[in-house]
Design a protein around this ligand. Structure first.
Ligand code: PPE
Length: 312
């Protein structure tokens, strides 16, 4: 998907032109993967553009940085406001926000001492992550030959750029073999998650999802979906999932900020359920997207409306 340029990017406190948002080639991050980031959607609502779970994403960004001993030179409030300012400056009704914290230019060598902690925030328009038909039709995926990172190797709870080297291996292999996405297993061979999505499955009316110790990113959409399932009186079990559960499930779907709620229609060429979007995924999509078009109330304060800039 070619990136559609927006107008301004926020860098260390200033809005700069899109094409001027550059880093030095000897920035620590380029050599050693030292970055943490977030991905957040802004939806068009009847009250104007609104950011979905801004505070939770901002908190996770700070937590990811903390794991990697990165001291962000901006407060929670400043990061929150900067993201709103960036959306406002680009005058977009609907977009994706990408805040990035990285070790910049200053010294070389693994030891990052002497490198500044830089912060950038970009926004762009992003359609359906796994293709235009994915939300309705579902996607064809495979189980990857690559596992997710084992415990105490790369911290999966940190949304670090470096974790996405593993994700890229999973994604590129899947695409090379004609699939849209790959599912990674954890080091014990249990289901973990997609290269950029959490995974849920439905069997006999119960919903299952990978637990926190299953080498996953603790998704904010995952939490939102679990909350919505609670409202629907559907039981959710966070439990170890053997690979073969994928092949006998009634429904399987991905969740994520980018992928939203994307049904899976086949895994390793084995049809999932009826081979189309299942009823649980459909009801969840209705509830999820209903928060943005005004059909369902924002019961948990998940939306932050991007107020227009004050004039004068
Ligand atoms: N697992 C992984 C590995 C992951 O990358 C994501 C988000 C999730 C789970 C879901 O997390 P959450 O967004 O908090 O519900 N992946 C982001 C990046 C995708 C990309 O290609 O870049 C996203 O969805 O924004």
């Amino acid at each position: 998907m070619a990136l559609k340029k927006a107008d301004k990017i926020w860098m260390n406190g200033k809005l700069v032109d899109w094409d001027a948002a550059k880093v030095h080639v000897l920035s620590h991050v380029l050599h050693y993967g030292s970055s943490v980031f977030e991905g957040i959607r802004v939806y068009k609502t009847p009250d104007g553009p609104a950011v979905f779970r801004l505070d939770d994403h901002t908190r996770r960004l700070i937590d990811s940085a903390r794991i990697y001993r990165m001291e962000i030179p901006f407060s929670f409030g400043e990061l929150r406001e900067a993201q709103l300012e960036t959306v406002r400056a680009n005058k977009l009704q609907e977009c994706y926000i990408r805040p990035l914290v990285y070790r910049g230019y200053g010294s070389m060598g693994v030891n990052p001492a002497g490198c500044p902690i830089d912060v950038a925030i970009a926004v762009w328009e992003w359609g359906a992550y796994l293709g235009p038909e994915a939300l309705k039709q579902g996607v064809d995926v495979c189980v990857s030959s690559w596992n997710r990172c084992a415990p105490n190797t790369m911290p999966n709870m940190a949304k670090a750029g470096s974790n996405y080297m593993n994700s890229q291996l999973i994604k590129m292999e899947a695409i090379a073999n004609g699939y849209v996405e790959g599912i990674g297993l954890d080091v014990h061979g249990y289901v973990s998650e997609g290269s950029g999505e959490n995974l849920f499955l439905v069997k006999n009316g119960v919903v299952y999802t990978t637990p926190i110790h299953g080498s996953i990113l603790l998704g904010i959409t995952r939490h939102s979906i679990m909350t919505l399932l609670g409202e629907m009186d559907i039981e959710v079990r966070e439990t170890t999932i053997p690979r073969e559960m994928l092949y006998v499930a009634d429904e399987v779907f991905f969740t994520g900020s980018a992928s939203e709620v994307t049904p899976i229609r086949s895994i390793d060429k084995i049809q999932v359920g009826s081979g189309a979007r299942g009823p649980v995924a459909e009801r969840l999509q209705e509830r999820f997207f209903g928060m943005f078009d005004g059909t369902h109330a924002d019961r948990y304060g998940w939306l932050t409306v991007v107020e227009p800039a004050k004039v004068g």
